[in-house]
Design a protein around this ligand. Structure first.
Ligand code: HAM
Length: 427
């Protein structure tokens, strides 16, 4: 036997059992997004490297050290998408979706970052991303947050704290940047190596440092809020007032700066303490400059992405039930030839009335077929042997309740099971 090839580090296989919870989350998200008028968009997993450099920012961790970048056969530099906002904006501009109009879009799929793998942090991970274009007022910021809160409620997810902050306009942030650089320079000796590197390039990210030795310095740093422009202040206050009116608890975290450069004004994260170091389950904010930066007309925008691995892990810890995709009926042909054919046709008729049906294929004894029927999760097994077929009947066995096995006319079986399992009126 040759040596088995293994998956790439940090890239996980998602097995059927795990995916039940993912599917429950994805279906809930799709239904909530539909309730708010969002439409799905799909765009490529690979884009020109330039797209991410221009949007996420040259001196961010993602662009500096985490992108899967390679030359294709033409010598073009391409990158596996590390996030979805850039691609969504690119696709929106290129297809004329963002021109003078409101667009509410969502997407889902894998993203790639060459980070150090650990629990909750992978090199291939999955996001559901949501972006609203063409609305500059804080009502849409609030609505996006309400949408996420509704999703948590619908799934029964608890213990997520909403943290919010405002980063102001790029001009206000540039002024604050100067003040912060001055402060950090004055405390150069206390800075760790990472922060020294960031001091000149991306000083706001120093505030994001998790190094315990840096926390006193960070706590005493000048506050961005004191340098915010008037309009951003008002925007933020209106957002806070709306969240209060909607009874959504939140915490203002003045140190919340986010790891991507495109944000302006509102930023937010939903954070849990149950997942260890990777506690941010959902994160986003406003990015009013990005559409123009990527060649479109100036268009305000706001969005977020939730990390499916993290949300599924939290859901699993909180015993959220997964999707129920198991068959409702197991059809067991106890014989060969005509019996198998009739069983196959019966299974088709059961599916015609809307039931999920597993047909036993490959033959086997009554005992082994019943064992499989039980393992399948089905409520009923339908047994079709010589005597049943001769009488145009089928034996019905309830696998989950104490009910005597009985026979039923073959033709009546679909309507009977439909009314038992779907509660509908038999046709
Ligand atoms: P982000 O904060 O980089 O934002 O990622 C959003 C979420 O994706 C995180 O909160 C986390 O749940 C998940 N995530 C990120 N990296 C990993 C990883 N290596 N492993 C597992 N999960 C991960 C964005 O990507 C922005 N595009 C969000 C956005 C949309 N902002 C505006 N619109």
């Amino acid at each position: 036997m040759s040596k088995a090839i293994q998956a790439i580090r940090g890239m996980n296989d998602l097995l059927p059992e795990t995916l039940l919870l993912w599917q429950r989350i994805e279906r809930a998200a799709e239904s909530v997004l539909g309730a708010y008028g969002y439409r799905e968009i799909r765009f490529p997993i690979i884009e020109k490297t330039e797209l991410y450099k221009r949007s996420i920012g040259e001196v961010t961790d993602i662009v500096e050290k985490e992108m899967y970048t390679f030359e294709d056969r033409n010598g073009d530099s391409l990158t596996l998408r590390p996030e979805g906002t850039a691609g969504c904006v690119r696709a929106g501009v290129e297809n004329g979706l963002l021109h003078n109009q409101v667009q509410r879009l969502w997407y889902a799929g894998p993203m790639f970052r060459h980070e150090r793998p650990q629990k909750g942090r992978y090199r291939q991970f999955h996001q559901i991303g949501v972006e609203a274009f063409g609305i500059g007022t804080p009502d849409i910021d609030a609505e996006l947050i309400l949408l996420t809160a509704r999703l948590w409620r619908q799934l029964g997810i608890r213990d997520l704290e909403l943290q919010i902050n405002s980063l102001g306009t790029p001009a206000a942030r540039a002024r604050y940047r100067e003040v912060l650089i001055e402060y950090l320079r004055d405390h150069h000796a206390t800075l760790d190596e990472d922060s020294r590197r960031r001091l000149e390039t991306n000083p706001l990210r120093v505030l994001d440092s998790k190094n315990p030795a840096m926390q006193t310095l960070i706590a005493a740093a000048p506050n961005l809020h004191e340098h915010l422009d008037e309009a951003s202040h008002r925007h933020f206050e209106q957002l806070c007032a709306t969240l209060q009116a909607a009874a959504i608890p939140y915490r203002i975290n003045p140190r919340l700066v986010r790891g991507l450069d495109y944000y302006t004004r509102t930023v937010f994260e939903w954070v849990t303490t149950h997942l260890g170091a990777q506690g941010t389950v959902c994160a986003g904010g406003r990015y009013d400059g990005l559409v123009e930066q990527l060649g479109g007309q100036s268009t305000p925008a706001v969005g977020f992405a939730l990390g499916l691995e993290r949300l599924a892990e939290l859901a699993s810890l909180q015993q959220v039930a997964g999707a129920d995709n198991s068959p409702q009926v197991y059809v067991a042909p106890l014989g060969e030839g005509n019996i198998v054919q009739q069983a196959l046709l019966l299974a088709e008729q059961l599916r015609d009335v809307g039931l999920r049906v597993e047909l036993h294929c490959g033959g086997g004894s009554l005992k082994s077929q019943l064992k499989r029927a039980d393992r399948s999760g089905a409520q009923y097994a339908l047994l079709l042997g010589d005597s049943e077929l001769a009488a145009a009947q089928v034996s019905v066995k309830n696998l989950r309740a104490d009910e005597a096995q009985h026979t039923l006319g073959l033709a009546a079986a679909p309507a009977f099971l439909r009314s038992r399992l779907l509660g509908g009126v038999a046709e």
